[in-house]
Design a protein around this ligand. Sequence first.
Ligand code: 5CA
Length: 455
Amino acid sequence: MRLSEYFLPLLRENPSEAQIVSHRLMLRAGMIRQSSAGIYSWLPLGLRVLKNVERIVREEQDRAGAQEILMPTIQPAELWRESGRYDDYGKEMLRIRDRHDREMLYGPTNEEQITEIVRASIQSYRDLPKLLYHIQWKFRDEVRPRFGVMRGREFLMKDAYSFDLDAAGARHSYNKMFVAYLRTFARMGLKAIPMRADTGPIGGDLSHEFIILADTGESDVHVHTDFLETDWQGFDIASWEAPALQQVVDHYTAIYAATDDVHDPQTAAKYGNKIVSRRGIEVGQVFYFGDKYSRPMGAVVAGPDGESVALEMGSYGIGVSRLVGALIEANHDAAGIIWPKSVAPFRVGLINLRAADARCRTAADELYGKLRNAGVEVLYDDRDESPGAKFATMDLIGLPKQIVIGPRGLAAGTVEVKNRRSGERQDLGIDAALAHLAAPHPLPLPASGEREGPA
Ligand code: 5CA
């Protein structure tokens, strides 16, 4: 993409309404634009990141055996009356009437909708287990929408739902999602710590939130220092069989970590000064709630002995749009964003220092074409702007690698390749730069061959 043609409405000044760095940088880098409180449009650069986050989430759901569906954003109120949540949910639910005066709502979550689908389609224990997910916009009329996409009113969520015959099966489904989450966040280069959590309006008695530690986070958490030293980049599993998964989940849940709501100072005291209190961003939450929805809504199957059994359920959310903000909170410096390679909107930013110089232009155009032919996503700053403005723009939007083409380098037959994260610069011949950037995996891959850490 040529920057001269790209829709990238950058802001020079820090927007005064933005209180945290990710919100400021998303606005300044032209990623989003507010429509009304907590409701945003996603502009080209922001949408590319959102799609990358979504892709990783989807790949890891698929890997765990979940099947993708797509449920509507608007749901009928009757379903929520069946579960009893229509009245319980309160003002956070956006209630709507259609032209026939029928009560509808914009879904804040989908337990009722999915339970209706499954109860109509599954009659026998032989059809179980089922693990279904979708990635869909939600609406919650939050009292205080703030921090940009971090606490929006309209936001994109991945929500998965599991249906099992018994508690052991439900536990296995829970563990699959738990492990899928560890993989998902590790691929984004994030340290998301699983913590015991309250179940709130979703219900049930077993729940973990996945939390990224950050001073700007809204959650108060208490966590064992062992977690701070854990190397999440190395996370992988040997097998998806039930005992192997249970072992992984047992390992991570044995280390003390709890959100403030369920924090137990007495238990924590056993670990002395190893428990630290921090703030964090909740990027995902998993719930096991048994038959809370299936019983009142009549989602039952015939068991092996012909008896009628209410389905055992769990639900599993990831804040897809929140993750874009969380990724910036975890990856930025004074100059701007530093995208991990796996979610970067483009892998490479190509800067032509002298757009007016014919030699520079020819060389830059040529390299741009070659990079594109090699399948490298590149944003090419071909504008007639000062070098300082070009460097500042590239640093602000945070692409992992920058290539700078200027008259002096060209005279020596080289271009400069800069690593945005480390700041390290290298002068390389044009072919060497191309080979360096076009290599699909510039770093040796770990055994599983699928991880993508920070650049
Ligand atoms: N039904 C369950 C799991 S599918 C559920 O709704 N869980 S949740 O309430 O914890 O939401 C799932 C994830 O969505 C959260 O972990 C958080 O990352 C994200 N999320 C929740 N509320 C917001 C919001 N107002 N803005 C942005 N992201 C949000």
